[in-house]
Design a protein around this ligand. Sequence first.
Ligand code: TIU
Length: 219
Amino acid sequence: MPTVDAKPGPFTFDPAATALLVIDMQRDFLKPGGFGESLGNDVSQLRRAIEPTAALLKACRARGLTIIHTREGHRADLSDCPPAKLNRGDPSQRIGAPGPMGRILIRGEYGHDIVDELAPAPGEPVVDKPGKGAFYATELGDLLAERGIASLVVTGVTTEVCVHTTVREANDRGFECLVLADCVGSYFPEFQRVGLEMIAAQGGIFGWVANSEDFTATL
Ligand code: TIU
C-alpha cells in the first residue's frame, strides 16, 4: 500500500478506501467582500492554498480517488444559523447581509460557491454544511460509509476552524486523517503553524501532516 512521508511518521493508505476532502474553498472565505473579510480577516492569506490544491485535484482525479467538496453556509431564512454564530462581527456585514458577492454565507449566492480554480467535477459530491465540522448535520458520514472510506486526505480552509473541527470529528469516528500542509490555509500565519503542529503532536493525536507533492508522488 502507498506510504507518505508524514509527521509524526509514515502514513499508509489504501487508495480504494481513501477520500480527498476539500473543505470550504468558497469565494466567501477566499475573496474580498465575503464572510471571511466581514470578520476582519486578510483574505489574501488563503490564496496560496489554491494552486497546490488544483494540482492535487488533478492528480487525485487521474488516480480515480473519491473526491468530496464541502461548503459552509445557511438557508436563506437563516433557520439553520444559531444566534451564537449569527451575532458575530459588524451587524451590517453579518451572515445573510447583502454583500458584493450576494448575501453573505447564504446557499445559492455567488459568494457561497467554490472558487473557479477548484470547481467540482461532475459526479463529485458537494456537501453543504451549516457548521464548522463537515459531519455535523450533513450526509458526509453516509457518503463515506457507502464508499467504504477509512482514510481522509484533508485540505481547505481555514486550518484552525473548519479543517480542525472536521479532522477532530473524523478522528472520533475512526477515520485516519492526513492533512496536507500546503493545501490548507489560515488568515493567521501563527495559527497555520500551530494548527498543523496540533494535528501531529502527541504521536498524531488527530492525524498526520504531509506536503501535497509527497502525497501525490505515492499515487
Ligand atoms: N472564520 C474562519 O476562520 N473560518 C470559518 O468561519 N469557516 C471555515 O473555516 N470554513
